[in-house]
Design a protein around this ligand. Structure first.
Ligand SMILES: *[C@@H]1O[C@H](CO)[C@@H](O)[C@H](O)[C@H]1NC(C)=O
Ligand SMILES: *[C@@H]1O[C@H](CO)[C@@H](O)[C@H](O)[C@H]1NC(C)=O
Ligand SMILES: *[C@@H]1O[C@H](CO)[C@@H](O)[C@H](O)[C@H]1NC(C)=O
Ligand SMILES: *[C@@H]1O[C@H](CO)[C@@H](O)[C@H](O)[C@H]1NC(C)=O
Length: 295
């Protein structure tokens, strides 16, 4: 069960064409490995973040499933190199885009079928007007409103499968409690003699959000922070969270912040200088987390 995430890792080399199919030989390997388990599964999206983990020489197998990476930051109180551990994750990339002329009182397209909802706030584009011709926050914008939608999930125990909706996915309670003990951990704050304004820290935060949008826009980052109280912004964790939720597999996400998404920091070129530090810090936190798990 834990190896759901390894399916991705093992599958990559074996996918033929664009079908996204996991070959039967790969599936055979996975089930053979699974027989030796259960395992600790670690998801790392790219080599930049994987290298410090491999170089740490500290791989420890366990029965649980942490998740490691680094992400953009939506909380101006935090800085690059800080490591966040959110309690909830949501996928914020599923939208219902409302037609021009309609508003919060109007039902969305297909809402009456139970497909869409107006429960999870909305993004009103005219709130972000900037310029001489429409220097009025309430003036109309043809892009109108976007409403955030929960994901549809089919829990593995549903027989027959019944569609459910999920937006905020909590990390495992036990893992989150253990993560409290990571606060105060000493992390690196300098790269080649250039130091961050304060030493990075580990913080448990309320929420992180993911979507297939690279957020390099400060207005949208501030929106995500004010609407959802999101601190970490990334492109991966919600996928892991939703699968773990569906499979009833415990997970936690450890995200070192890579930048203040969309700029706004006093440190110029911060991701280029401190990106490697962020990756190293997330590995340090992960390794400490694993040792707490097994202690
Ligand atoms: C937005 O408006 C502010 C002044 O209110 C101005 O300084 C800024 O240049 C404007 N930005 C754009 C992209 O028009
Ligand atoms: C802003 O726009 C709204 C509607 O488009 C209008 O009712 C209001 O008078 C405008 N306010 C200003 C200060 O121009
Ligand atoms: C730090 O300095 C070393 C040696 O000059 C260099 O190879 C490395 O790329 C530098 N690291 C960063 C993150 O700038
Ligand atoms: C928002 O998140 C912060 C940091 O994670 C937390 O301290 C705060 O209580 C949250 N705010 C609300 C209204 O839940």
């Amino acid at each position: 069960m834990v190896l759901i995430l390894l399916v991705l890792a093992f599958g990559i080399g074996s996918i033929n064409g664009v079908h996204g199919e996991v070959s039967s030989s790969t599936l055979t390997k996975i089930s053979r490995i699974n027989k030796e388990g259960p395992y600790l599964g670690i998801v790392v999206p790219n080599s930049f973040e994987m290298n410090p983990l491999l170089q740490s020489g500290s791989f420890v197998a366990d029965q649980k499933l942490p998740y490691l990476d680094f992400s953009g930051n939506a909380n101006p109180q935090l800085q690059i190199g800080d490591v966040t551990i959110p309690q909830y994750w949501a996928h914020t990339g599923l939208w219902n885009w409302q037609r021009y002329g309609q508003g919060p009182e109007d039902e969305l397209a297909l809402e009456s079928n139970g497909d869409y909802t107006r429960k999870i706030g909305y993004l009103k584009f005219s709130d972000y007007n900037n310029g001489t011709n429409c220097n009025n926050k309430s003036s109309d914008n043809l892009l109108n409103n976007v409403w955030y939608q929960p994901e549809e999930i089919f829990p593995v125990n549903g027989i027959p499968e019944q569609r459910q909706h999920a937006f905020w996915i909590p990390v495992n309670k036990h893992y989150f409690a253990i993560a409290e003990r990571l606060q105060g951990l000493k992390l690196g704050g300098c790269v080649n003699g250039t130091c961050l304004p304060r030493n990075p820290m580990v913080v448990r935060v309320q929420r992180g959000v993911s979507s297939n949008t690279f957020v390099d826009n400060s207005a949208y980052r501030e929106f995500l922070n004010s609407k959802f109280n999101a601190t970490a912004i990334d492109m991966e964790t919600a996928a892991v969270a939703l699968i773990c939720h569906q499979q009833k597999t415990p997970f936690i996400a450890i995200r070192a912040l890579s930048d203040l998404a969309g700029g706004g920091s006093a440190i110029s070129n911060e991701a280029a200088i401190f990106g490697s530090l962020a990756a190293q810090n997330s590995v340090d936190v992960l390794l400490n987390f694993i040792s707490l798990l097994s202690s």
